[in-house]
Design a protein around this ligand. Sequence first.
Ligand SMILES: [Zn+2]
Ligand SMILES: [Zn+2]
Length: 350
Amino acid sequence: MLAVLKEEPKPNTLSVRDIDSPPKKPDHLVIRVLGAGVCGSDLHTFFWTEDYEKRFQNRLPVILGHEFAGIVEEIGPGVEGFKVGDRVVARPGISCNRCKACLSGNDGICPNRRAMGVDYNGAMAEFLSIPTQEVFRLPEKFPMEIGPLIEPIIIAYNAVLKAGSLLGKDVVVLGPGPIGYLISLLLRGHVKSQTIIGLNRDRSRMEKLQAQIPNIRAIEQGASRKGKEETLDADIVFEVTGSRGGFQQSLEMGRRNATVILVGIISDQVSIDSNLAVRGEFTIRGSHAAPRRIWKEVIELISSFPQNETDRFLSCITHRFPLQRAKEAFQLVASGEGLKVLFIPENRSA
Ligand SMILES: [Zn+2]
Ligand SMILES: [Zn+2]
């Protein structure tokens, strides 16, 4: 089968080549991948960011990718509750089911969790093999074209849950990448006002979002002094840039008693004016990976979407590529031109 692998511990390297398909294993399913998304974290792997160099120690070669949907192709010994042809998605990590986090229903942040596309082979391939404990069968009504987006939608949904009550709130989303874009779509109709803030190069993304949410305010950072002042009064701020200045900026945008949700992963340590949070009595919460119960909740939610809502979420997919063009796909995401870029493994024409 064709697969996208990180093989060498060096920046800007990827290989796309034919390797053996995964064998049947006890309690595992072999899944045929219908679509797999490129995530910001895959870019870090490609560019071999310092943080990722540490994460991947001695784990290469590994197939990348953790956002996908597919169809059950083969069933390993001992598997119950699945059959060949089932449409599925999977949580991109294997939790231990024994630690305090797992036992209290917070299995998304299990400290012993093994990550797909890092600790074991991921989804940028024609097939992958994963344990059934992290696989979810999709209901008939689930629109399959959204399948590869489910993981980023859940990351966004989990962040929105952390913000608590949305009713009557003025909300700022800092960073219109895929997760920021999806957070905005989830907030649509549930808040008093919504502002998305991006850089000059994010303009087309913000226009795309405005086409989906007509009353969202879009502000280009640094565009005007006035623009900045207008945003300094939010009840809830989502930091989704993962940039050095993002944390500090989100604190500056909060009004008294604001809630700041940190979603972006910042590769460096940053300094902030913590007194903004002290004097403003802010609530600061991190949001990372959702537990299984949230996966089930979101699968139900998406299954109940009317067509126009499905289309709204699909609007974040900007490009679809065959696996052969992996490097091009990665560059497109890195340049900011692609918002959500998918691999469609069945499309073998390069
Ligand atoms: Zn991801
Ligand atoms: Zn655990």
